[in-house]
Design a binder for this molecule. Structure first.
Ligand code: CTP
Length: 404
């Protein structure tokens, strides 16, 4: 199921060059299952034709306050219809108007009439972005509950490098998902690990595993969406960093251990989705091993620290969630790990099953809790699996489910 299925999103487009990115945003939102309506300022129509948004959204585009063919005030019907109003791009001018309650066109009037969450993705020249008036206006809007999606750094339309580029459409979609998710983990500190580790043979070669990091990233995103304060510690993965989540990148099991122990004190929940290597070469050579130096190569592997087992020994009130990637005797092996590492929940999956496991966007998991009770979930996206895991965590935090 697409993440924004049936959600009613109103997209406001104002007059900046980044308006072209709003077309890609519309298309992404539609792909995620959202129903999208677009309201544009007159200036925005000079950058992108309304027909573009009409075609991408499958709905008429709203521009004029005084459209003669409408029966009821359009600003009210649009405001009542929307579950979320995102203005992308938002110019310095519209930000100023919103902060001061000025309503001199359809877009700004809808913004006053709407009581749904308001997301603002500013886009402007770097000097304008830094201007105290703009910053003060953004602060005012933030204090009133608007969420500002910070602009990125890069090449600006004026030819300079600086901060002011509108956030990428993918980041805005993440912010929308976040704003629409109920906040049942507000204030909870969640530490998530993801990805494989690399155990070096020499500076060029290493031992690793097939983990892609997708499950851990999905868990971090889902926890963030539910209001948790998330810290993500990840091994090497090509995945882009999840927006709005402080992320620490590590390589080896030892580095992951250090990073996890550093975050452990303030964590209420630790979810170890990383596929930490169980063994590493006894010695990591400082220089590249040349093939003519050896006639055959025997690698001696020694165990890495078991991070989760170490946490299990001093968990206190924390909730510990582990993963078990198995190829046989799934429940038996997972249960053994749950007990030996003193976990509250283990997420077990058979990596040989189609649709489950490492590189896949989906997973088929069985959740086993402290009582040993197992629940097999059907095939679903890793983001949906993440929410199922967090449903259990939320119930445990309420204090009613740790013992099943
Ligand atoms: N884990 C860990 N530190 C390690 C190895 C694993 O913290 N050195 C964590 C993983 O993040 C995962 C769980 O422990 O949550 C997996 O348990 P483990 O018994 O190590 O599973 P496998 O590595 O699959 O072990 P085995 O090869 O014995 O099945």
């Amino acid at each position: 199921m697409a993440a924004l299925n049936g959600r009613r999103i109103l997209l406001g487009v104002t007059g900046g060059i980044a308006a072209f990115k709003a077309a890609a945003l519309t298309s992404l939102l539609v792909k995620e299952g959202a129903e999208v309506r677009v309201v544009m300022t007159e200036n925005a129509t000079k950058f992108v034709a309304p027909l573009t948004f009409q075609t991408l959204s499958g709905n008429p585009v709203h521009i004029d306050m005084f459209s003669p063919h409408l029966w009821q005030p359009e600003h009210v019907s649009l405001a009542d219809w929307s579950e979320l109003f995102v203005i992308a791009p938002a110019t310095a001018n519209v930000i100023g108007k919103l902060a001061n309650g000025i309503a001199d066109d359809l877009l700004t009037t809808v913004a006053l009439a709407a009581s749904c969450p308001l997301l603002i993705a500013p886009a402007m020249n770097d000097n304008m972005w830094r201007h105290p008036a703009v910053q003060a206006n953004l602060k005012t809007l933030e204090e009133r509950g608007a969420f500002i999606i910070p602009p990125g750094y890069g090449r600006l339309a004026c030819g300079r490098e600086g901060r002011g580029r509108m956030a990428e459409p993918e980041v805005i979609v993440e912010a929308i998902g976040m704003a629409l998710t109920p906040k049942d983990l507000e204030g909870v500190n969640v530490l998530v690990t993801a990805g494989p580790t690399r155990e070096y043979i020499d500076p060029i070669r290493f031992v690793t595993n097939r983990s892609s990091g997708k499950m851990g990233f999905a868990l971090a995103r889902a926890a963030r969406d539910r209001g948790a304060r998330v810290k993500l510690i990840t091994g090497p993965t090509p995945l882009p960093p999840p927006p709005f989540i402080p992320t620490v990148r590590v390589e080896t099991a030892e580095e992951m251990r250090e990073a996890v122990l550093e975050g452990f004190e303030e964590a209420d929940v630790v979810i170890m989705a990383a596929a930490v290597a169980d063994f590493r070469p006894e010695e990591a050579l400082p220089l590249k091993l040349k093939k003519d130096q050896v006639s055959e190569l025997n690698l001696k592997l020694v165990p890495t620290p078991d991070i989760l087992a170490e946490l299990g020994k001093r968990k206190g009130d924390r909730i510990l969630v582990g993963f078990a990637a198995e190829t046989d005797r799934l429940i038996e092996n997972a249960l053994q790990k749950l007990r030996s590492k003193n976990l509250d929940l283990i997420v077990a999956n058979n990596v040989l099953e189609p649709g489950a496991g490492f590189e896949s966007d989906t997973n088929i998991v069985t959740l086993i809790d402290g009582t040993g009770k197992a629940e097999r979930l059907p095939l679903m996206s890793k983001y949906e699996v993440a929410h199922k895991v967090l449903d259990r965590v939320a119930a445990m935090l309420k204090g009613d489910a740790r013992k099943g």
